[in-house]
Design a binder for this molecule. Sequence first.
Ligand code: AOS
Ligand code: ZN
Ligand code: ZN
Length: 388
Amino acid sequence: MTTLSPDILAELERQAIELPSWAFGNSGTRFKVFSTPGTPRDPYEKIADAAQVHAYTALAPTVALHIPWDRVDSYDGLRRHAEDLGVALGTINSNTFQDDDYKFGALTHEDPRVRRKAIDHHFACIDVMHATGSRDLKIWLAEGSNYPGQADLRGRQDRLHESLKTIYDRLGDGQRLVLEYKFFEPAFYHTDVPDWGTSYAQVAALGDKAMVCLDTGHHAPGTNIEFIVMQLLRLGKLGSFDFNSRFYADDDLIVGAADPFQLFRILFEVIRGGGLNHPDVAFMLDQCHNVEDKIPGQIRSVLNVQEMTARALLVDREALAAAQRGGDVLEANRVFMDAFHTDVRPALAEWRESRGLPADPMTAFAGSGYLARTADERVGGTQAGWSA
Ligand code: AOS
Ligand code: ZN
Ligand code: ZN
């Protein structure tokens, strides 16, 4: 059995992956939302479900909220509820994509009243962050146009800067803004923040508290995502990941399910760039579970990240550097692939047990009866809200 060195285990022990509250609600496609018995009926129950993932894996100590999907009367109360369950509240995601006023944009809109409304929503999110103790405000914008000529691309970019600057200036000490990019959808001709370069240009113009969020599902097929990871780390501007996996577009499937090798390559660059357990880089999931059970789906996700992290940590970086220096193409590739092909599952299972965790969190959770219990207790679960 492959063993993991104490250094590797120390790194893995500090690994923390943030769960999205919306992963625990029902979601689907524009064709159908299938509901699951026991789906959380409110944010409190979503957090209770997220806490299960952490209890079985010790990998997911925080939960991201989406405002207004996770609106509650008292965020202080929600914070205490989370703490009682052994987790904390994390990133606050704003939502400027479900209001008629935002049909032609929010932070980029031609009409100053609409921009003001969108900015005020972000101010409200910052207020929530003060109550929850959250560090990051994550902004994903569904803004763009469908037809050439429909919009003034340059004017929108200028307005985006002005709006972001107003939001940025409102951040408190220790708070950050992370700007997510996405190459298309819901707009199909142009998107106002389509790529890492645009996100970088916008956050660089704001200041040190603004960073880029990289969602692994938001690139054109074939994009070398690990190169972007490397570049953002090199520039000191990688603020967070939204992990998921995709076969076609923004599929939001379980991370590591579609292309584990890509996840390995990304994590290798994270480690190479000093990013694993780097305080500036938040590791979040941004997934939906349309047909599978949600809590096991999230457990599987964090285990996939842990497994690929362990493999990436196994890369013999000295041997790799020597092969690279010597121009030994095949040897460099062998060293890299050797780590990828190493089965770390038995070593991770043994290590989990040594820490009082179940060797197999999936089986342990399945045997706990939690899903059957919540299905009995919770009647009338609400949909998580449209998720992109
Ligand atoms: C949208 O495609 C983005 O991935 C967002 O990060 C996120 O999925 C959304 O805010 C939740 O629906
Ligand atoms: Zn995302
Ligand atoms: Zn997305």
